[in-house]
Ligand binder design. Structure first.
Ligand code: FES
Length: 118
């Protein structure tokens, strides 16, 4: 049992590390950066934010910036993601409140309203 807990913690740490420390400022160069403050100005981000509100996804809010950014990037690159696509795209985000089911439903809702996003 203890080994299982350690393994889960290690897995969570690895996911956290992979999600937050892969990109360095130096590696960005002159690329454009969109932050959580501006994501609602993108077509995909606006749909995700509306779906988040419609599904009342947020609990404490701690993880939600990362969740919304990942979901918006997914929808911008894949207008009609499958469950596997959603799981893969969102796998780097950990929610201590357990909002995963509502997140998935919100992404599906956003995709349903998604005729053309970018
Ligand atoms: S909403 Fe609380 S950690 Fe995700």
């Amino acid at each position: 049992m203890w080994h299982g807990a350690v393994r889960r913690l290690h897995h969570a740490h690895r996911r956290c590390r992979d999600a937050f420390f892969i990109t360095t400022i130096d590696s960005i160069g002159t690329s454009q950066i969109t932050t959580i403050e501006a994501i609602g100005g993108t077509p995909a981000g606006a749909k995700i934010q509306k779906a988040w509100l419609d599904h009342e996804v947020v609990q404490c809010g701690y993880c939600q910036s990362g969740q919304i950014m990942s979901a918006s990037a997914l929808l911008a690159s894949n207008p009609h993601p499958s469950d596997a696509d959603i799981d893969d795209a969102m796998s780097g985000n950990i929610c201590r409140c357990g909002t995963y089911v509502r997140i998935r439903e919100a992404i599906k809702l956003a995709a349903q309203t998604n005729e053309k996003v970018g």
